[in-house]
Design a protein around this ligand. Sequence first.
Ligand code: GDP
Length: 293
Amino acid sequence: MLQKKGWGSRLKDLFNIRNYDQAFFEELEELLIEGDIGLKATAAVIDELKERVFKEKLKNRLEILAVLKDLLGAKLLTHSLVPETGKLNIFLVLGVNGVGKTTTIAKLADFYRRNNGIRRIILSAGDTFRAAAIDQLCEWAKRLELPVIRQSHGADPGAVIFDSIDSARAGEAQLVLADTAGRLHNKAHLVKELGKIDKIIRSRIGDGNYKKLLVLDATTGQNALRQTEVFHEAIGVDSIILAKFDSTARGGIVIAICQDLGLPFSFTGTGEKLPDIHPFDKESYLESLLDKQ
Ligand code: GDP
């Protein structure tokens, strides 16, 4: 892991000292794999880069770096995740404990209120496994002056979500942001619990808009791919939010996830405060990936 520190500067060094020959491409390939970009995306990027360099007779370091950036950018999948107007929207927020789910829920509520004029929002404390998760969500709800639907620690999360949808319908809420427990170590349990919640939402959503959002911690590297596979297999993921992007120069895993699983990214989390959430921006992501030390 320590090796990955300074990945951006090693990339720059490689571009500085080499001729753009076979050895250069081999080293670049290794570096991309080490940067979590994944075998599939790396192989494609190296092939395309070689072709462009030879065909266009590129010799200038900055030109070649710009082509690399373009090629990596072309592998990224992003989309805009906005609640639909005139409908009840349910965003079920998934992810392993500690990745930033609860904080992301609060940030999203604040973001949609500020940017999309969505005011009738309900927070749903679906992580009943940890008492602290319920308390934390209630704390955010208080700060945001939003209603929260909760039950006691250990209650059935499906029942909490059920109540949340009922309450949203009664109050004509536009958006329910629902927390879930992320006990990845017990995959069978996770699949069963999420399957049950999914069934309840589907049976209650009517013509509403239901999306499953996965929160990943940008500092986890390869493990983020594994987490995405598990959640996607369990319940089907619609959109990914990359939290803690401020804490790392890594993040190549985003490209691997887009390429290997075909899932799009919608937001980045860049701190612990409410405004620290931004629609996923390809350009700043690529700059941060390639330029950060
Ligand atoms: P959960 O267990 O998935 O609900 O995670 P939490 O929302 O409780 O977040 C875990 C920790 O990560 C808390 O200390 C948060 O303040 C912190 N955190 C969440 N999002 C971000 C982020 O984008 N950047 C940073 N630096 N910290 C974050």
